[in-house]
Design a protein around this ligand. Structure first.
Ligand code: COA
Length: 260
């Protein structure tokens, strides 16, 4: 299956969505965000898809941020509309029941890094670089960058990146906690699919609830966060998959999860 902006590949329990915009270094165009929203709506209730990988086709570029050529042709109203749909798309990734993994095959700049920040996991190719260059363009990161980056790596490090606009290489990104793994040269797909496959083998409701527990509990006080975690946990107890896991353990076999 392939759209114009994203190539969609279906594998066991997961999908790989690959940005296919070589001429503009995979920059975020209106058509691309529209198609991303369509893809998010398509998988939202599909329990057979437990994990989605976002990556880019272009050698060296995951995503060069906003499409600056398209942006130059847009009216103020169009920019406003585009920006809202971009924010909706990134929020859609974050709130999706599936786990999202960004496989950063090359530079992730501006909105490209913000899209990766809305994913649950980020894996960088050895040569990848990341940055939020917006202050050098007369704007600020407005696709969630000033909100999600400090949550991911802490305020001091986030301000270091946001206020300088500098790019960090994969090794520094790993040390900062901006990515959770760096794949050795030539092995990004293999490493990413191994991680995505491990996620996809787990119970879908557990993935959804664990994601909600972490994201929703992060900025609550301790008691509220523990109460939130407990609510997320309770929702797993009524599932058939929990019973299946216990049965599989007793029968010394791997569980077969259905998402119910
Ligand atoms: N929007 C639109 N087109 C872009 C783009 C963007 N964000 N980034 C790159 N392109 C286009 C270039 O204009 C160029 O098009 P051309 O061949 O018609 O001139 C083509 O992609 C290749 O760019 P080039 O700079 O030659 O490729 P590169 O591999 O050497 O470098 C980048 C890639 C992404 C590092 C570099 O292009 C860059 O820094 N882009 C701007 C990133 C940015 O500031 N994004 C905005 C964040 S808010």
């Amino acid at each position: 299956m392939s759209g114009r902006e994203w190539a969609v590949e279906r594998l066991a329990g997961l999908e790989v969505w690959t940005i296919d915009g070589e001429a503009r270094r995979n920059a975020l165009s209106r058509a691309m965000i529209r198609e991303l929203l369509e893809n998010l709506a398509r998988v939202r209730d599909d329990r057979s898809i437990r994990c989605v990988v976002l990556t880019g086709t272009v050698d060296k570029a995951f995503c060069a941020g906003a499409d600056l050529k398209e942006r130059a042709t847009m009216s103020a109203d169009e920019v406003h509309h585009f920006h809202q749909s971009l924010r909706d798309a990134f929020r859609g990734i974050e709130s999706a029941p599936q786990a999202f993994v960004a496989a950063l095959n090359g530079v992730a700049l501006g909105g490209g890094l913000e899209m990766a920040l809305s994913c649950d996991l980020r894996i960088a190719a050895e040569g990848a670089e990341m940055g939020l260059p917006e202050v050098g363009l007369g704007i600020i990161p407005g696709g969630g960058g000033t909100v999600r980056l400090p949550r991911a790596i802490g305020v001091a490090r986030a301000k270091d990146l946001i206020l300088t606009g500098r790019r960090v290489a994969a090794a520094e990104a790993l040390a900062m906690g901006l990515v959770s793994r760096v794949a050795p040269a030539g092995s990004l797909r293999e490493v990413t699919l191994e991680v995505a496959g491990m996620v996809a083998r787990n119970a879908p409701v557990s993935i959804r609830q664990a994601k909600r527990a972490v994201d929703g509990g992060l900025h609550l006080d301790l008691d509220a966060a523990l109460a939130h975690e407990n609510r997320m946990y309770q929702d797993c107890l009524a599932t058939k998959d929990r019973v299946e896991a216990l049965r599989a353990f007793a029968e010394k076999r791997k569980p077969v999860f259905t998402g119910e």
